[in-house]
Design a protein around this ligand. Sequence first.
Ligand code: CA
Ligand code: CA
Length: 166
Amino acid sequence: MIEGAQVTVDLAGGAHVVRRVNVSAMLRPRNVIGGVGDPQDPTQNRFTALRSFKIEACKASKVNRKCSADAGFRTIFRSAKNAFPAGVPRASLAGPDPARLPRRPTRATHVRFVVVTNQCTGTPAYKGETDNDATNVTDCPAGSAQDEQVRTAELQVFSRRGRVIR
Ligand SMILES: [Ca+2]
Ligand SMILES: [Ca+2]
């Protein structure tokens, strides 16, 4: 189950005004050692790439000093269902991501990136049976393990225009 997979980032240095968040869903090529693919680094399947996500923020308080309680977080941005769109027959490599703007600037000490779907679980075109072959399951979540992994490359949080916090 990838929905809800998350990473929490301590922005450090007190509360910051979060004005912009960038997310990248780029996959990377396999590591090559001596001209051979590293067996410890399997190919990153394109169906495991992030498709949609949300961003939550917490401002530490006296009772929730390190934002360790989930109750301190609230959603400041929810991406479109197809934030990283994909087509038929398969997902292409996601390009650079446009800026993601919270509804309004938010003061936060911690920002949390939360997965909603990957290409396998979130793309309607990869769901259901699309052929007449009973031995070939075309439904991505049912017919593969790509619904059990999700990958995202980068999370950037901006305070002022052009200034990266983390
Ligand atoms: Ca089938
Ligand atoms: Ca599966």
